[in-house]
Design a binder for this molecule. Structure first.
Ligand code: PLP
Length: 454
């Protein structure tokens, strides 16, 4: 009964995955063409599963991006380790609802064990609670909901029951180079992104401790400080020890860290100094689908005080109670997939050493890319390449034009950004399968295009 459908899916997967290393990366296709290929009429009559899957495989092909391949350097995009992809298929086949322990003891146990492993690997407090969510966006929401709970509870205010009207709302402090998803989390939680106090950052986007000191001195009452590990353009981490000292010196304060990709530096001994002191925070958001290379979508919301995370998220109904021991009692979601299993499989496969190697290898390749690009007189590398991010700009060539030319060429794909008002391109090495040869081939293509456009 399942064979036909799964065989077709397997055939598609084999073809797609085999094409990843060599297919053009990021060939643009018009939206209208993709829509037309899918046909916009809902069929009146059904058709067999095998035919549907074959039709989809060929219809979707031109609109698929080789973002899991070795020369996709856009955004901060991980691929899928084979073991994680296999585990993800098991998740779909078993189709467990990971909301509650009673619905799937297996899924609940996987989350608990895997959460513990992640804390160990990242050097975070063993007593922290871990919620598995879709991405660092939702991890930021979950962590900041826990912060909101704890800070307001300390003021004698029940925010879950009474909401925010009239509440002694904490003042939020963010760095100038904060990620947009932290601001969205503040909006969703009623804390307001516009009210956040913005603290000046240095040329790598690191929060300046002296500016934070000044900002905190001007604030009365509870305060929520949002720092980050891995600024998305530069890869830089905030000076966590200095930040944590300032936050610790204050009553009624919470320190959150958005570590979507940069927190993984803690898993590589040679990079750990980049996030020294990060373990002193109260909460951390970290992605698994970026640097750990599990399939979309998976991230973790980690909170030192489990009670705060659970109080912000748990729910009760006559037929369903989602408390601290249930996976969904630690996230905003109810029904959910067993998304911790691919993380578990990846960690079991790589081990502590393998994760450290993966992180280190990507950093080394980013350094290589930066060196190869900087050797060209028409290219300037704009950041200190300390992690996996390379920010660069062409001289005398429009960066937007260059990025489009790179996309058309198809050897690799890089994203665009702006740094201190200057348009730039951003190359992020986050894929497990990228090799030194992939980097050289990509930088050669980029420099050739700079020559052609100059
Ligand atoms: C990618 C990223 C996010 C958002 O992560 P999603 O997985 O897209 O939800 C948040 N913060 C930083 C620093 C990031 O790099």
């Amino acid at each position: 009964m399942w064979d036909e459908a799964l065989d077709r899916a397997r055939r598609f997967a084999d073809g797609w995955l085999a094409s990843l290393p060599e297919r053009p990366v990021g060939v643009p296709v018009a939206d209208a063409e993709m829509r037309a290929r899918l046909d916009d009429r809902l069929p009146e009559e059904g058709r067999p599963a095998a035919r549907v899957l074959d039709e989809l495989a060929s219809a979707l092909e031109p609109g698929l991006v080789a973002s899991g391949g070795p020369r996709y350097f856009g955004f901060v995009t991980g691929g899928a380790l084979p073991v994680a992809l296999g585990a993800d298929w098991m998740v779909a086949a078993a189709d467990q609802n990971a909301a509650a322990r009673v619905m799937s003891p297996a899924a609940a146990a996987v989350e608990e064990v895997t959460g513990g492993w992640v804390l160990d690997l990242l050097g975070l407090p063993a007593e922290a609670a871990v919620g598995f969510v879709t991405g660092a966006q939702m991890a930021n929401v979950s962590c900041l909901a826990a912060a909101r709970h704890a800070l307001l509870a300390a003021e004698g205010w029940d925010v879950e029951g009474d909401g925010l009207a009239g509440a002694p709302v904490p003042t939020v402090v963010v760095g100038e180079a904060v990620h947009s998803t932290v601001l969205r989390a503040l909006r969703l939680l009623g804390l307001g992104s516009g009210r956040a106090v913005r603290v000046g950052a240095d040329d790598q986007g690191r929060m300046r401790p002296e500016r934070l000191r000044e900002a905190l001195a001007a604030i009365d009452g509870p305060v929520l400080v949002c720092a980050q590990a891995g600024q998305v353009d530069t890869g830089a981490g905030d000076p966590f020890d200095a930040v944590a000292d300032l936050v610790a010196a204050r009553p009624r304060a919470w320190l959150h860290v958005d570590g979507a990709f940069g927190l993984w530096a803690a898993a590589a001994p040679a990079r750990r100094h980049l996030v020294a002191g990060v373990e002193r925070a109260d909460s951390w958001a970290v992605d698994a689908h970026k640097w750990l290379n599990v399939p979309y979508d998976c991230a973790m919301a980690i909170v030192r005080d489990p009670e705060a995370l659970v109080a912000a998220h748990s729910t009760t109904a006559a037929y369903l109670t989602l408390g601290g021991s249930d996976p969904s009692g630690r996230t905003p979601e109810s029904s959910r997939r067993a998304r911790a299993l691919p993380v578990h499989a990846a960690l079991r496969h790589l081990g502590r050493q393998g994760v450290a190697d993966l992180v280190e290898r990507c950093c080394t390749l980013a350094r290589q890319a930066a060196d190869e690009l900087a050797r060209h007189p028409g290219i300037e590398v704009l950041n200190e390449v300390v992690l996996n991010q390379v920010l660069f700009a062409p001289r005398g060539v429009d960066p937007g034009e260059l990025s489009q030319a790179i996309a058309r060429d198809g050897t690799c794909w890089v994203g665009t950004s702006a740094w201190h008002g200057r348009p730039a391109l951003r190359l992020s090495v986050s894929n497990w399968s990228t090799t030194p040869a992939d980097v050289t081939r990509s930088t050669a293509a980029i420099t050739a295009l700079v020559d052609r456009l100059a």
